[in-house]
Design a protein around this ligand. Sequence first.
Ligand code: PRX
Length: 633
Amino acid sequence: MGAYQDFYRRSIDQRDAFWTEQAQLIDWHKPFGKVLDYSKPPFAKWFVGGETNLCHNALDRHLAARGDQKALIFISTETGQEQTWSFRELHTEVSRCAAMIRGQGVAKGDRVLIYMPMIPEAVFAMLACARLGAVHSVVFGGFAAHSLAARIDDARPKLMITADGGLRGGRAILYQPMFSEALRISKSPPGKVIVFNRGLDPDLKLKPGRDLDYETLRAQHMDEAVPVTWLEASEPSYILYTSGTTGQPKGVQRDTGGYAVALAASMKHIYDGRPGETMFTTSDIGWVVGHSYIVYGPLIHGMTTILYEGLPIRPDAGIWWKIVSEHKVTVMFSSPTAARVLKKQDPAYLKKYDLSGLRHLFLAGEPLDEPTHRWMSDAIGRPVIDHYWQTETGWPILSAVPGIEATPVKPGSPSFPVFGYDLRLLRESDASEAGPNEKCVVAVIPPLPPGCMTTVWGDDERFVRTYFTSFRDKLVYTTFDWGIRDADGYYFILGRTDDVINVAGHRLGTREIEEAVQAHPNVAEVAVVGVADPVKGQMPLAFAVVKDATRIATPKLRASHEQEVMNTVDKMLGAIGRPSRVHFVTLLPKTRSGKLLRRTIQALAEGRDPGDLTTIEDPGALEQIRAALAVKR
Ligand code: PRX
């Protein structure tokens, strides 16, 4: 591990020299003076005084050398569309979109909320915001009215850009019912809403004075060139909300210069992509993977990116591999859930196409079990790399770095710490360092490297309190993940230390789901836990105490009440948070001080030993959980 070790050590021991070198991978309008200002720990300001712009680095700077190269390929197996934009064409389209946004009075620092399906206009809108120095807040299209409203209220956007709907498995998911309700209940709704009409909603109605039709507006700005707004490196590029322990999602704030450098460095050294090649990331633009590796990363690196709307198995399980082969994809990024979905299909589909050009398939977002890792590598006959990171970091924390050295992978392990991260495994009790194979908390000694979150939007105090106070007397960033390191230095991630669950790679807070369940008027109290699922990794499971027990007096009433509660979750949070079951009990297991014993419930639901039960207030509550789990529907 010579080359990897040298590269990694240099990033830690000669931090400033290392990052000065990586910073050459992007264009600077004005060079930075100081590599890092860490005068106010844990707040890190990278590339101080430097001026740059994400859109310029993604598009403008490539025009001379690769103006005619494909920049964006949109493939929808839902509509059958396939459309391509060269760097020049994408630049023109993004300028139009920037003119449209600017025309609504949006200027540098203003927030723009993007609530869109996987369509090219979503990419145009993100890049257009970046061009203007406006801060985008993309909200995943799977979130429903209440979640959307909470994000609107926190970011206070001047403008929202949305569409009439998304498509999934041939079914339209209409957005207007959700965004109209969100705007109605929001305390600070944006004054303007641009709606892209895909023709999915015959009842789509634009509200005069507030709503604007995307195409009409575009036609008014066809030839408008919008200059890039230069930002100081630490000025914000975007906010992306993520779940934690509380019901209130945190706005992860990202800077501009550090993010551009981290993405450029990761594209080269981790993903091992080359300018001119094609990258295919199967995530959604509403998640961090979509931000970093559908939109910004590949384009900054001069690569073509593929935006895919559809499922991995429709029309058949060969579709992604057909795309890889036809578009000569060299770097692919997907999720363990997608791999497990494919594993259930006929493996012949994966053998049908020539995948020899694919250098690596990267998987992240949730634990990758060993059998799935092995199966995936065998099925496609290409190297599969598990890598680990978070919305907070914006780019990988643990990974192999094949651009530096082709270290062997161990199935089940996301390999080693990535350059820039002073990664440690720390004992919860006293923050001392773990020994080999000792389960400890995965932590990073600050400053966090470039590209990581700079604060919680509008709440510096929450940033420090949430991430840097887990260990007494020691300022350390906690990932909230358990991990171990084996004798060969390979890391393994063993799940979260908090109440975050991971459903098909979608990160959700159990508290968030509980609040959605509790929105049902007949629910007095509820506990939601994540339970191991063979395909989705985890599934939420709810135990609810009702106010009026007559509503669940018979099995039939119970079943319909359960459905009603599930519908409430769909409406409040979105179907991604819907529990697999809602069991009704009269008592929840709690400690004497009233703390819900979620871990105990989770252990029972997974058929594990719940451990020490001496703290429980009323053991009868556990009996009810056991009984509820024993009853099959
Ligand atoms: O628990 C870890 C898990 O997903 C969390 C981060 O999720 P999110 O913020 O949505 O960012 C995903 C970016 C890829 C982590 O705290 N996680 C992510 N990757 C892995 C993982 N768990 C195990 N192995 C991984 N490779």
